[in-house]
Design a protein around this ligand. Structure first.
Ligand code: PMP
Length: 436
């Protein structure tokens, strides 16, 4: 494989020279991408990469899925409206009706659709503001290693110290509690939460809401157990706190069902969706709100780009995947293949104390050692696989392909990741031997 992948790549200079220092992913994957289809990305030099990153969960249906692309091109060609703030458009009507009939009604959900600005963090902000207005309380409980976005409200309920540090102002009104498994699997962390809430001496005021991810996408791929989520719902209901599920990354089929919390049998008060809701990688977000909590006055949560019509077009088309159980079944099958491969990789390097984490097509391998998962990402890139890390110390190599990835490509990619893990383990052994 060409060394240009790992050394200074001249085509990256324009970014190095003129783009802000904050750029990040282009440092992990230092090549200039040109085109993409399905699970494959192609760079300017014509090299192809298997995409195990899928736009951080924004490309669950792969790159440029043909039916969505056709619908989008048709819409643009007939001068369908692109920008309309939150005015009524036929594209929005079609999305709302289809979302009702394909997603909400079959699940007996009567949530209203609130369109915030078109990103995950916008959805989280709308959820937090709304919960505060509903309850008249300001506090929000979040969990260790949570990630909810980069705007100040969302950052206040995010765990990562580095990201929090970037805020530059105090992050207030958040209280952090241990996520499921934080103290090991034998400890039921909800006991801590209930005790703190019910003890008049604990210093924890009754909050407006609890916000939770069912699987911590950025925070290290810890997955909450279904009974923990069910008990969390009960705990919230008993105390008049709203339950917000941030399904920005784990939703839209990433773990199998459309909503990641479905197997837990819960019905959250507010649900945040973004990333793959448009199906095409177009910016879009929707916050689902139980009708009794739909209390914003008209225009109270505003924004110029709420309801981007091209995204409605592809989002409506994406919902065709949910008219039967085929996609969820396929995800289940692929999840099994990934789990098996990760377990094999884990067995091959016990000295790195590997741990397989996650659920569905959101799984990964945690490695105990500074920078090891990042090295796996680097080695995978050299082998033509785009793979990111997760966790506060980037300690998890994360496997997150499009849900539609062909089985053969999935195995091919996993084989290359296994080679990457082998190489990193070998290097770690040699380094260890040199020290010893
Ligand atoms: N919530 C979760 C669970 C996420 O994973 C992310 C993005 N990684 C966000 C919120 C923020 O989404 P965005 O980057 O679109 O603002």
């Amino acid at each position: 494989m060409p060394d240009s992948l790992t050394t200074d790549n001249p085509s990256m200079r324009v970014f190095d020279q003129y783009e802000s220092n904050v750029r990040a992913y282009c440092r992990s994957f230092p090549t200039v991408f040109e085109s993409a289809r399905g699970h494959l990305l192609t760079d300017q030099a014509g090299r192809r990469y298997i995409d195990f990153f899928a736009g951080a969960g924004a490309l669950n249906y792969g790159h440029n899925p043909p039916p969505m692309k056709r619908a989008l091109i048709d819409y643009l060609t007939r001068d369908g409206i692109t920008h309309s703030l939150d005015m009524a458009t036929s594209a929005k009507a079609a999305f709302i009706e289809t979302f009702q009939s394909v997603i909400l009604q079959p699940r007996n959900m009567d949530h209203k659709l609130l369109f915030p600005g078109p990103t995950g963090t916008n959805s989280v902000e709308s959820a937090l503001k709304l919960a505060r207005k509903v309850t008249g309380r300001s506090g929000i409980i979040s969990f260790t290693n949570a990630f909810h976005g980069m705007t100040l409200g969302a950052l206040a309920v995010t765990g990562n110290a580095f990201k929090r540090g970037g805020a530059g102002v105090g992050l207030s009104d958040g209280t952090v509690m241990p996520y499921d498994g934080y103290f090991g699997e034998d400890d039921d962390t909800l006991n801590w939460l209930a005790t703190m809430l019910d003890d008049q001496g604990s210093g924890v005021d009754l909050p407006a809401a609890v916000i939770v991810e069912t699987i911590q996408g950025e925070g290290g791929l810890a997955a909450a157990r279904f009974d923990w989520l069910k008990n969390l719902e009960t705990l919230c209901g008993d105390r008049g706190m709203l339950l917000i599920v941030d399904d920005v990354q784990a939703g839209c089929g990433r773990t199998g069902p459309f909503f990641s919390f479905e197997p837990a049998g819960i019905n959250p008060d507010i649900i945040c969706l973004s990333k793959s809701i448009s199906g095409y990688g177009l910016p879009m977000a929707v916050t689902l709100v139980r009708p009794e909590h739909d209390v914003f006055d008209p225009g109270e949560h505003n924004g110029t780009f709420r309801g981007h019509n091209p995204a409605f077009i592809t989002a409506t088309c994406a919902l065709d995947h949910w008219r039967d159980g085929a996609l969820a079944g396929g995800t289940h099958k692929r999840a099994g293949i990934i789990a098996e491969a990760l377990n094999r990789m884990a067995q091959s390097c016990p000295e790195l104390k590997p741990e397989v984490r996650g659920r569905g097509l959101m799984q990964g391998l945690a490695l105990d050692g500074d920078g090891l998962a990042e090295q796996v990402s680097h080695e995978a890139f050299r082998r033509g696989v785009i793979l990111e890390t997760s966790g506060p110390a980037s300690e998890v190599a994360k496997i997150m392909p499009p849900l539609t990835i062909p089985l053969e490509a999935l195995s091919d990619g996993l084989g290359r990741v296994a080679e990457a893990v082998d190489t990193v383990a070998m290097n770690a052994r040699s380094a260890h031997a040199r020290v010893a």
